[in-house]
Ligand binder design. Sequence first.
Ligand code: SAM
Length: 220
Amino acid sequence: MTITETASRNKFGTSFDKYALEYDKWFDKHENQYQSEILALREAIPKDKIGIEIGVGTGRFAQPLNITSGIEPSANMIQLAEQRGIKVFRAVAENLPIENDSYDFALMVTTVCFLNNIPKAFSEIHRILKPNGEIIIGLIDKNSELGKKYRQQKNTNKFYKTAHFHSTSEITELLSNSGFGKFSFWQTLTPENGNIIEQPQSGFGKGSFVVIKSIKTLKT
Ligand SMILES: C[S@@+](CC[C@H](N)C(=O)[O-])C[C@H]1O[C@@H](n2cnc3c(N)ncnc32)[C@H](O)[C@@H]1O
């Protein structure tokens, strides 16, 4: 079955389903942005631990970060992720088909803005993490230069028209409310650096792409 045929049968029919190949090729056209984001995420990913990416898409981040499991609702995105060697469960973040205390860490990259219910998703991720497990979130901060650009283009961009962008502080507060603590932050894609492969900096407020790492603390 071709990707287009699968899309027409797909109950999760979204832009990601319809334009999965186009989404995937974006990374080839924006190599420096992509590599900068990978470098920032690497700062947060723990060594020799087992993780899962929630909203794994086509596996563009899971593969270089050695994450071999994912959650993804779109069948066509899954097809491409599987070609990259990722085992993907077809599901949404708000209802994970995963047992309690299963993973050392969970990654979520530019997916939080597409969730229907962020507290429910964070509660589910809290449940599937082992004690002291880590959640790692990569996002475009809505107040950053790129965040403002994406918000301006929202209605004309096929991928971002359904997105609800957030600030780093808003996501940090939602994580705190879901039983996560001990926060660390890294940032990249700082406007003054232009289009280069950039070394990440700690903190947030300057770079458009922010990585938040937080540890499962309280029981929710
Ligand atoms: C911008 S893409 C990011 C994909 C991948 N993480 C990456 O960075 O390339 C957002 C992904 O979130 C998925 N998605 C949308 N709603 C979701 C939900 N409720 N739970 C999990 N994933 C979701 C979409 O199908 C899409 O693959």
